[in-house]
Structures are given as structure tokens and as C-alpha cells.
Write a protein that binds this ligand. Structure first.
Ligand code: 6PG
Length: 253
């Protein structure tokens, strides 16, 4: 009986479609094309695309590539709504702001409609901005959630010791072990409702943790936040470079 239960749990685990590229440049090119294609497909299917973006260093060159005209013109940006997976509690013009980073390298360079840009208004304070952002997200699931992974296995601003990893709330205040400490993050519940989730990971610094996350998924015992990214849709992509993937036991690409 116990054995059957374990099998059932493992069968329910979403195994990511891991796509490993030779180096970071190839990863950036592939990720930008994949995101542009998925946005276009989702607009064709539903009339708009609700896209949640990640902060951090890994996605920045992907956003820069998406802003280049050959790719930017393939996307109907007027039908894209942009959200953030998480925000650091700093002013929106601060260099540490995820809004600031995405705006400066991507949104200021594509014809997006200003009112379709939905930043997390952290200046309202952590609790109030989380509550307000849940309202802004509304009841519709996000279409695409783009995530990164920290070398401790965190994703968005959901850290291994975040107490609310299992919450039903859609947006939560969290604390980062490194500054800026105060964060506001969409929850695992919100991420896992999304139609498609894409995790971007690059560099040797992430290799060990990525292998651990993959191992947790393989055996169906996910504790690290990134391993708990398990969209109900089953559409989970991990895009990595060879450096990050070098300790993966079964890269399938
Ligand atoms: C943030 C994030 C965070 C990030 C990881 C990876 O605001 O910091 O959204 O989850 O994606 O920390 O960051 P790097 O890409 O810089 O390694």
C-alpha cells in the first residue's frame, strides 16, 4: 500500500523539459526566441499574453535580445501584459529594482502599452503591496512565468527557509538572506497555476544546486523552492547552459 502511494506521488511529479545549450550566448538566443514564440502563440490562442518576468542577472541578456528589432517586431507587444515574479523593496528607480532592470533593458524599447505594465508597488510596504498585487493579478492565471534560480535553490523571492512556501495566498512578503532583505513574491501556488513556466539557469555556480533540484524531482521529494515549481499544466521548461548542467545525471538535450 505504502509502495503504491509512493508510486502515485512520483507519477504526479512534473518532469521538466530540460534544454541544455553549449554556452550562455546560445542559451540567451534560444531563450529569447522561445519566449517570443510562446508569447505569439498565446496571443493567437487567447488574444493576450500575461507574462511574469524574473529579476537577477541571468535573464537580463535575454530581455536585451528580446528588445532587438528583429525579434521585437515578431511580437505584438500591444497585447502583452507584463508582471513580475518578485520585487525587492527598493524605489522603482533603484538599480536593485527588478522593475527598473526590466524597464530599462526591455520595456522602454518595445511598443508596450504603459497601462499593461503591472509592477509590484513595493513603496506601499511589504504587506500592502503584496495584497494589492494579488488584486492586480486578479483571478486569471499567468500565461508564462519566467524564473531564475539562486545557488541556494531559491526562485522568485521564495527561499529555502521561507515559511509560507505552501500558502494558498497568491502574493507574499518574504525575507531574503542577502540584501535587499525585504521582498514581495508571487507564491508557489500562483506559479504552479501558470500555463507555462520557464526556469533559466546558467553558470558553474549553479551546477551543484541544479543537480540537487533535478534529483529531488526525480525521486518525487521536493523541498527546495525551485524543485517545487510544478505547474499543474505540466508545461515546465528549464533552459540551461552546459556549465550549469554539467552535474545533471540525465540531460535530455
Ligand atoms: C531576484 C530574483 C531571483 C533570481 C535568482 C537568480 O529578484 O533576485 O527574481 O529569484 O532569479 O536570484 O539570480 P541570478 O540570475 O542573478 O543568479
Amino acid at each position: 500500500m505504502a509502495h503504491a502511494l509512493v508510486l502515485h506521488q512520483v507519477m504526479n511529479v512534473v518532469k521538466p523539459d530540460i534544454r541544455c545549450y553549449d554556452n550562455e550566448d546560445v542559451l540567451v538566443e534560444a531563450a529569447a526566441h522561445l519566449i517570443a514564440e510562446r508569447i505569439t502563440r498565446l496571443i493567437e490562442e487567447g488574444g493576450e499574453c500575461r507574462l511574469a518576468l524574473a529579476g537577477g542577472n541571468t535573464p537580463r541578456p535575454v530581455y536585451q535580445r528580446l528588445a532587438q528589432s528583429d525579434l521585437a517586431t515578431t511580437v505584438d507587444w500591444t497585447h502583452v501584459h507584463v508582471f513580475w515574479g518578485d520585487e525587492r523593496c527598493v524605489p522603482p528607480d533603484d538599480n536593485a529594482s527588478n522593475y527598473h532592470m526590466v524597464y530599462s533593458v526591455l520595456l522602454s524599447r518595445v511598443p508596450i502599452i504603459e497601462s499593461n505594465v503591472h509592477r509590484i508597488e513595493v513603496e506601499r510596504g511589504q504587506g500592502e503591496s503584496a495584497r494589492r498585487y494579488a488584486e492586480i493579478l486578479g483571478n486569471e492565471p499567468l500565461d508564462i512565468v519566467l524564473l531564475g534560480m539562486g545557488d541556494d535553490g531559491h526562485t522568485a523571492s521564495l527561499f529555502p527557509d521561507t515559511p509560507e512556501l505552501a500558502t494558498d495566498e497568491r502574493v507574499i512578503p518574504t525575507a531574503s538572506p542577502v540584501p535587499p532583505v525585504e521582498r514581495v513574491s508571487i507564491s508557489l501556488a500562483e506559479i504552479n497555476e501558470a500555463r507555462e513556466v520557464c526556469v533559466l539557469v546558467s553558470g558553474t555556480d549553479k551546477a551543484q544546486r541544479l543537480a540537487e533540484v533535478q534529483q529531488q524531482i526525480e525521486v518525487g521529494k521536493q523541498t527546495l523552492p525551485t524543485a517545487r515549481v510544478q505547474p499543474h499544466s505540466g508545461l515546465l521548461f528549464w533552459l540551461t547552459d552546459a556549465a550549469a548542467a554539467r552535474q545533471l545525471s540525465m540531460p535530455n538535450h
